[in-house]
Unconditional design. Structure first.
Lengths: 359, 281
């Protein structure tokens, strides 16, 4: 397996710059996810690595070798497409064999690799079928198999689970994780689904509006989001944001809400800028407790089984989502006292930059 | 109750539609049935009255006469050569052009495509004198290439194949590129097999069009041995009223139509799909 280095790569479509001087190193054997909303440039970046989009500036190296001038087939990568892109007129066997035949792999070697991939992906009984005779999940396995047989330097996945139903998506996600543990292959996984990115990747690249917002481990991204965008995009429900004023508490910031109630954060005062700030708190850090200091009125109760999400309007008119236990007794219309775990709270400035507690 | 009334109503509606479709089919088949009946009657009886076609005696003599005396076989062969040549040529050229317009990026592509489409608006009659002059200058009249070549410029074929290639997801090309396939291999091994339904449609229309073509073969083929079946049949009509040999002429018509009938039998599925597709689009 090989590392992938992006060195100040840029991409323009006409006069629109969709990737601007982006640099990133993906280590050998790493499973990295490009996460972001539609149109953020994540698929374009993946396609640039694959060679399906030209690069307008910068360099791409795979395994130390510069590849941005090479055609897709010469880069030694394999890609799994969102819509599978299987050859409809060929059998599953021929789909898997096509790429190997093109590089002159001997027949017995082709058969051996296909047999091995079919065993791993449990598609041995499908080899003589055509893609039209397969279910969505089976097609996805064949698409992964087509990548697997090539023994590539890196695997590129372009939203490969988005066409599967919810149950199959979860199952395939687990299989992909298992496959990566077996192969230890360098993998780039493009998705707009934060759960997929969080569960599969060892590092996540969060992208927004054609630029990288943050690169980090899933828990970094979740626990210490670099920007308001990351904080909102990662995590379900999205992080709560409330406008606050700041009061000094022995060098740490205490956030004062509009109704006068306070949240004692662990964010050092000296790193905070002047100007308007918002406090960011995840739902799981807000609980209904008799000793809670922040009162609010419950508007909607969402029961998820293992936990309950309460949509609450505070006395100052702002709203937030709090988490309660699965068998919550809270009803819409109730006024409840909320306890906020200030230690996990973050502060955000006008530009959307985050300020966290010291580690 | 209301639901069952609705179903009954729908049943009656379906029967009415079926009845009208059968009626149209019968009307459409009447001339063919009339041709078939006339072809089975002795010419001498038909000279007295064509009403004799409704009752025996019937004979196959007109058909046996085709085998013995006329140039129908030669004309059939000519039609087959021309139709197969035109069909093959259109399929090859339209596929290549369609792939080019759908996938290749080159300067002026869209303008050239529009120019090709404008070809649909130019009637054959408007250019036939110039075309005749050109083939005359080239001394090519009375040859197969002269009859075949003008038929190869199929604006419809290029349009159809372009649209079909465009409808194939580009992911497929890209997957093949990542599979190390050359551009030609992507065209030949991956995309072209996916266009078989369009090829079948275009092939059928082209074959039938070439088989039934009359004007250009009439102009280009002046020697009887180069006549196509349509020109040859017309040449056997000695006068407009056709008072003599009407049964023989009808037998020739039926015989000439047989290849088209056979093509239809084999490709019925594709023809229906092609016509339905053309209606929808």
């Amino acid at each position: 397996m090989s590392s992938i280095e992006l060195d100040s790569v840029s991409k323009r479509f006409g006069s629109v710059e969709v990737i601007s001087e982006l640099s990133l190193t993906i280590h050998s054997g790493e499973f990295i996810a490009f996460l972001g909303p539609s149109g953020c440039g994540k698929s374009t970046l993946l396609r640039m690595i694959a060679g399906l989009e030209t690069v307008n500036g910068g360099e791409i190296r795979i395994g130390g070798e510069r590849v941005d001038h090479l055609p897709p087939g010469a880069r030694g990568v394999a890609m799994v497409f969102q819509h599978y892109a299987l050859y409809p007129h060929m059998t599953v066997f021929d789909n898997l064999a096509f790429g190997l035949k093109n590089i002159g792999t001997p027949h017995d070697e082709i058969a051996r690799r296909i047999e091995e991939a079919a065993r791993i992906l449990e598609i041995g009984h499908l080899l003589q079928r055509k893609p039209g005779q397969l279910s969505g999940g089976q097609r996805q396995r064949v698409a992964i198999g087509r990548a697997l047989v090539k023994d590539p330097k890196a695997y590129l996945f372009d939203e490969p689970l988005s066409n599967l139903d919810a149950a199959l998506r979860v199952r395939t996600r687990v299989e992909l994780a298992r496959l990566h543990q077996q192969t230890r292959a360098t993998t780039i996984f493009v998705t707009h689904d934060q759960v997929e990115a969080m569960t599969l990747a060892s590092r996540i690249v969060v992208m927004n509006a054609r630029k990288v917002e943050q690169v980090g481990t899933p828990m970094d991204i979740y626990g210490r989001p670099a920007t308001e965008f990351v904080a909102r995009f990662v995590g379900s429900p999205a992080m709560n944001f409330l406008p606050v004023t700041i009061r000094d508490r022995a060098g740490l910031a205490t956030a004062v809400l509009g109704d006068g109630s306070t949240i004692d954060t662990a964010v050092p005062l000296d790193i905070l800028p002047t100007g308007d700030l918002r406090v960011g708190i995840r739902a799981e850090a807000i609980h209904v407790r008799p000793d809670g200091a922040v009162p609010g009125k419950v508007e909607v109760v969402e029961r998820l089984g293992d936990r309950t999400h309460l949509h609450i309007r505070l006395m100052d008119g702002n709203t937030l989502v709090a988490e309660d236990k699965g068998v919550s007794q809270v009803q819409p219309g109730d006024t409840v006292p909320l306890a906020v775990e200030g230690a996990t709270a973050h502060l955000f400035d006008d530009a959307g930059l985050a300020y966290h507690a010291r580690q | 109750m209301a639901a069952s009334e609705h179903i009954v109503g729908r049943g009656i509606g379906n029967k009415l539609i079926l009845l009208s479709v059968v009626l149209v089919a019968v009307i459409w088949m009447l001339p063919i049935a009339w041709t078939l009946l006339l072809s089975l009657k002795p010419n001498s009886e038909l000279m007295i009255s064509t009403a004799s076609a409704f009752h025996p005696p019937y004979t196959l003599k007109n058909y046996t006469d085709i085998f013995q005396s006329s140039g129908v076989f030669r004309w059939l062969w000519n039609s087959a050569v021309v139709s197969v040549g035109v069909t093959a040529g259109i399929l090859i050229l339209s596929s290549l052009a369609g792939y080019g317009f759908a996938r290749a990026e080159f300067k002026g592509r869209d303008i050239i495509f529009v120019l090709v489409l404008l070809g649909l608006a130019v009637p054959e009659q408007a250019v036939i004198i110039a075309r005749h002059q050109m083939f005359s200058d080239l001394k090519m009249h009375n040859t197969y290439p002269a009859i075949i070549l003008p038929g190869l410029s199929s604006a419809f074929g290029v349009f159809l194949m372009t649209q079909y290639f465009k409808a194939i997801p580009k992911d497929i090309d890209e997957a093949a590129m990542l599979d190390n396939a050359s551009r030609f291999k992507i065209f030949w091994k991956v995309l072209l097999p996916l266009t078989v339904p369009a090829q079948a449609t275009l092939g059928i229309f082209s074959f039938l069009g070439a088989w039934n073509d009359y004007l250009w073969p009439l102009i280009s083929a002046t020697k009887p041995e180069m006549f196509t079946i349509t020109v040859g049949m017309a040449s056997t009509q000695t006068n407009f009223a056709q008072s003599e040999g009407l049964g023989f002429l009808m037998a020739q018509a039926i015989f000439a139509g047989l290849p088209v009938f056979i093509v239809y039998l084999f490709f019925q599925k594709y023809i229906v799909r092609a016509v339905a597709g053309a209606a929808i689009n």
